[in-house]
Design a protein around this ligand. Sequence first.
Ligand SMILES: NC(=O)C1=CN([C@@H]2O[C@H](COP(=O)(O)OP(=O)(O)OC[C@H]3O[C@@H](n4cnc5c(N)ncnc54)[C@H](OP(=O)(O)O)[C@@H]3O)[C@@H](O)[C@H]2O)C=CC1
Ligand SMILES: O=C(O)[C@@H]1CCC=N1
Length: 269
Amino acid sequence: MQTIVFAGAGSMAEAMIQGWVKEGVVSPKSIHIMNKSDRQKLNRIADAYGVQIVSDSLDVVKVADCIILAMKPKDVIKGMEALAPLLQEHTAVLSVVAGISIATIENSLGKRPIARVMPNTSATIGMSASGVSFNEQIDASLKQDFMTMLEAIGTVIEVEEDKLHAVTAVSGSGPAYLYYLVEAFEQAGVKYGLSREVVRSLAVQTIAGAAEMLKQSTEEPTELRRKVTSPGGTTEAGIKALEENHFKDAIMACIHDAEAKSRELAQSE
Ligand SMILES: NC(=O)C1=CN([C@@H]2O[C@H](COP(=O)(O)OP(=O)(O)OC[C@H]3O[C@@H](n4cnc5c(N)ncnc54)[C@H](OP(=O)(O)O)[C@@H]3O)[C@@H](O)[C@H]2O)C=CC1
Ligand SMILES: O=C(O)[C@@H]1CCC=N1
């Protein structure tokens, strides 16, 4: 794609740009960024990755091959209203906006090729876990282009659009849950005499190691857990405490509420 315009230049846009530029999948010359008002942020991103800033005339939007919607859900309807008159018939849309349906995008921007994606911020280092749905206007070649772009920032799974709510709850928001876990490890480790740096390093390597085991091993998580848990040992005591404190219920509630929020955002369009 020759001309890609990010409408929205926040955390998610920057993560994707960084991933694409680092992987060399999209040339920085092809990437143009715009936002609502934060000029300083545009300058910083342009300097950091060599991408272009959309001029006030919005001329580049008129020749864009692809517009990437990367605004907050509350801003997207207004944002699309401004973009709609500028788009050409062939201009494709890739949206990362949580909870905003393909039908809503079609209503605002017309029937055109649309990919609705739920990535996560690990796109920054090529490690996103993304879900994607396409509308019927996408042909095989464009679908392949989008898949290539998304694979450059991590793994991608095509799902029915309705399932993107669950994808959002699990992997879109997922990095935040794991960062929260590390915060909790740090708080607990410091209480028992370790420095924050030491706990951070132990926790991060433990999570990375366990993630890699899950990837490389054919064993189920329950079996891998069993191998850590010596009868009458420390892990058993730790897991018992997690059970007594309703760990699984907390995770169920977390995914339930995040999924419901995604549906609520879709309703309030
Ligand atoms: N952060 C994450 O982990 C993930 C986010 N998402 C989705 O990505 C989207 C963006 O999230 P995130 O990057 O975190 O949000 P940010 O708040 O970091 O960025 C939002 C961007 O949108 C811009 N913006 C607002 N209104 C307009 C407009 N009318 N035209 C152009 N740009 C506009 C803002 O500009 P300004 O700064 O000038 O106000 C800002 O650059 C959300 O819809 C979210 O659901 C999806 C997956 C993961
Ligand atoms: O919190 C949010 O709404 C966005 C969507 C997934 C991750 N961040």
